[in-house]
Write a protein of this length. Sequence first.
Length: 242
Amino acid sequence: MIKKVLISAAGRGSRMLDLSKDKPKHLIEANGRPFLYYVLSNLQAAGFEEMIMVVGYKKEFMENFLKTYKNDFKITLVNQFDILGEDRYGTACPLECAKDLLKGESFLAIYGDNLYAVGDLKRFNIEDDYSYIAGLPHNHPENYGVLAVDKNGFLERVVEKPTHPIGNLINTGLYKFTPEVFKYLDKIDISPRGEYELTDVINLLASQGKVKALDLQDIWLDFGRPEDIKKVEDYLNSQPSK
């Protein structure tokens, strides 16, 4: 079984406006607890025992969070800004920062501002020679990264905000990677957005027939904007009490 999970949580989250002015958006509260608490709780309930979290923006708040919940979660913090500086940015950077802690084994990778159901997290605990990417059908795929998938379920490529329809399966930011992913980190260039993109790494893997797509069967909640707080709270309130 896969035990390790990489959590990307270095950014501020500017779409949260003033709510993330004095702390990372992952620590904005929903139902009285930081959003990150629910992310970690679901990962733990799904059987992932060792969490590696890459932080950066106001890392001291993340450190305080871990002190508060030190008896609940086993987490290793990695400071992206110490390793790469504050000018190197992008979704591929956390992999670069945590490669020494993850090399030699498969692992799950998520963003700290995304919440997934325990059942879906368990389904991604797959010990084989392929990497996996989570997709979800969406009515407006043009606003997201879209997965082009062949008839056998293999990913052909991820296309960011396509101008021409290629399907309705969007990228939800949940991945299972084999150690092979690290071979492609130094093969990508900076993107037109000025970032090092994880999807560029995934597309290189996909070009070798090494990535499969797997649909989510439950929820995907993105905690990116102020209006998402109520959506998360409504979801939490709808769940059976434990």
